[in-house]
Ligand binder design. Structure first.
Ligand code: CMC
Length: 429
C-alpha cells in the first residue's frame, strides 16, 4: 500500500499522499488539503514548498551535489561546451554528433537582430543598466515574431527557443556597445557561441579581432555553471508567468527582471563592488566580516550563503579553480581575488558563518574571471542571464508538458481588517 502522511488538527485527522522522487526525496502532497479539510499551508518565501515535480536538475544542498539531467556539473564542465549543455537541458538527453551539429547550425542562423531592434537602443539613456535593456529587448522580440508565439504549437516553441538562444548574446553585446558609444558589431556565424559573443563585445569595425581561447574556455565554463538551478527565483518566475500561457519571450523577460535582484543574479555585481570597497578601505577584511555579523547593521557578505546549499556550492569550487588557473596563466595579480580568498578564509573559520552554514556561492568568484576577461561590472548579471537561459527554457517546456498543468495561483492567509463600514470623505476626521 502507498505510504501516506497523517495530519492531526484538533479532533480531525487528514490523510495525505506521499510522493517520492527518483533520488528518494519524500514530499507530502497537499494539493487536496483545502478541499478535504478547509486548511491551507503557510510557507513564506517558499522555504519548504515543492512547487512542481521536475526531471531537469537535481541538487542536494547538504552534500554539495548538482546534476543536470543526471550528469554531475563537474563532468559537464570538463567535457562539454555551453551549447551542448543547452541541448541536454532543453531536450533531456546529450545530443548525438549529428544532433549537436544541426542544433549549433540552427542557432548560428538566428543570431542577427531585426534592424528595427537596433533603433530601440537609441531610446535608452547612455547609462542605462544592461539588465534593463536586456529585459526590454527580449520582451520586444514578441512583437517581431508574432508568427510564433503560441505555447501549444511545437513548431512555434522550437523556433522561439532557437531565436532566444541565438539572439540573447547579440542583444547583450549591443547593450555594452551602446554604453561605451561604439558601433554595434554584427554576429559572425562561423564563430562558436562564446567566441562570437566576445567578438561582438570587444571587436571594433576598424580592426580584426581574435578571442583569447582561454577566455572562450572560461566563459563556456561559467555559462555551464549558471545554466540551471532548479526552482530558483527567476526560474520560478518564468514558470509562474508561463503557467498563464504567456509567450516564451514574455516569460524570459520576466525571468531576467527577477534575476536582476542583488539577492539573486545581481549578487555577482554586488560582490565585486564589495571587494573594491574592502580594497579601498586598506583591505581590512575582518572589519567587513564583523559588519556582516552585526544583524542590525544591514550589511551582508555578498556571494556568501544560499537558500539550498548548506555545504560548499559545487559551482563555486569549479569557478574558483578556473579563476586561479586563468589568473596565473595570464600572470595577473588581481588584489580583488586575493581579498576574496582572505574573506573566504576568515569567514569559513568564524563561528557565525560556520553555525549558519554560510559558504561562498556561485557569484563569489565569477566576477573576478569576468574582470580578467575585460567584461565591465554592470554586464556581470547579463552573463548570468545568458547562462541561465537554457534552464528557463527547459523549465518552461517541462511545465507545458505536465499532464496536470494549471495556472500558478498560491493561496494566502488574510491578515487585514475584517469588513468595515464605509465613511464618505467629507465625514472622515
Ligand atoms: N552575510 C551575512 N549573514 C548572512 C548571509 C550573508 N551573506 N546570508 C545569510 N546570512 C545569515 C542571516 O542573517 C540569517 O542569520 P540569522 O539566522 O541570525 O537571522 C541566516 O544567515 C540565514 O539567512 P537567510 O536570509 O534566512 O537565508 P535565505 O535562505 O533566506 O537567503 C541568500 C539566502 C542567498 C538570499 C542569503 O544568504 C544572502 O542574502 N546572501 C548574499 C547575497 C548572495 O550572495 N546571493 C546570491 C545567491 S546564489 C546565486 C543566485 O541564487 O542567484
Amino acid at each position: 500500500m502507498a505510504e501516506t502522511a497523517k495530519l492531526v488538527v484538533g479532533s480531525e485527522q487528514v490523510e495525505l499522499p506521499l510522493f517520492v522522487g527518483t533520488e528518494g526525496e519524500r514530499a507530502i502532497d497537499i494539493s487536496r488539503l483545502r478541499s478535504d479539510s478547509g486548511l491551507v499551508t503557510l510557507d513564506e518565501g517558499y522555504v519548504n514548498t515543492g512547487s512542481t515535480r521536475s526531471a531537469i536538475t537535481f541538487l542536494d544542498g547538504e552534500r554539495g551535489i548538482l546534476r543536470y539531467r543526471g550528469y554531475p556539473i563537474e563532468t559537464l564542465c570538463a567535457n562539454c561546451d555551453f551549447v551542448e549543455v543547452c541541448y541536454l537541458l532543453i531536450y533531456g538527453e546529450l545530443p548525438t554528433r549529428d544532433q549537436l551539429e544541426a542544433f549549433r547550425a540552427s542557432i548560428c542562423r538566428h543570431t542577427m537582430l531585426h534592424e528595427d531592434v537596433r533603433q530601440f537602443y537609441n531610446g535608452f539613456p547612455s547609462d542605462a543598466h544592461p539588465m534593463g535593456i536586456l529585459a526590454s529587448v527580449v520582451a520586444a522580440l514578441s512583437t517581431f515574431y508574432q508568427d510564433s508565439l503560441d505555447p501549444h504549437n511545437p513548431r512555434h516553441v522550437e523556433v522561439s527557443i532557437h531565436r532566444l538562444l541565438a539572439k540573447l548574446p547579440t542583444i547583450a553585446a549591443y547593450s555594452h556597445k551602446k554604453s561605451v558609444g561604439q558601433p554595434f558589431i554584427y554576429p559572425q556565424n562561423e564563430r562558436s557561441y562564446c567566441d562570437n559573443f566576445l567578438q561582438m563585445m570587444f571587436a571594433v569595425p576598424c580592426e580584426p579581432y581574435e578571442s583569447d581561447p582561454d577566455f572562450v574556455h572560461a566563459l563556456n565554463l561559467l555559462l555551464i555553471c549558471h545554466a540551471d538551478h532548479e526552482q530558483n527565483c527567476s526560474t520560478s518566475t518564468v514558470r509562474m508567468v508561463g503557467s498563464a500561457d504567456a509567450n516564451l519571450f514574455a516569460c524570459v523577460a520576466a525571468g531576467i527582471s527577477a534575476l536582476w535582484g542583488p539577492l539573486h543574479g545581481g549578487a555577482n555585481e554586488a560582490v565585486v563592488n564589495m571587494l573594491e570597497r574592502i580594497r579601498d578601505d586598506s583591505g581590512n577584511v575582518q572589519k567587513y566580516v564583523n559588519m556582516a555579523k552585526d544583524r542590525n547593521g544591514g550589511f551582508r557578505l555578498m556571494g556568501f550563503g544560499h537558500r539550498v546549499y548548506k555545504n560548499f556550492d559545487p559551482r563555486a569550487k569549479i569557478i574558483e579553480a578556473e579563476c586561479r588557473k586563468l589568473l596565473s596563466k595570464m600572470s595577473i595579480r588581481d588584489p580583488l581575488f586575493e581579498i576574496a580568498q582572505q574573506l573566504e578564509d576568515v569567514a569559513l573559520n568564524d563561528d557565525y558563518f560556520v553555525e549558519r552554514k554560510l559558504y561562498p556561492n556561485v557569484d563569489f568568484y565569477s566576477g573576478v574571471i569576468y574582470r580578467a576577461i575585460g567584461i565591465p561590472v554592470p554586464m556581470f548579471t547579463v552573463l548570468f542571464a545568458m547562462g541561465r537561459l537554457p534552464g528557463w527554457i527547459a523549465h518552461w517546456v517541462e511545465m507545458h508538458e505536465l499532464s496536470n498543468k494549471r495556472i500558478y495561483r498560491p493561496r494566502q492567509v488574510y491578515t487585514g481588517p475584517t469588513e468595515r463600514e464605509f465613511v464618505p470623505v467629507n465625514q472622515r476626521g
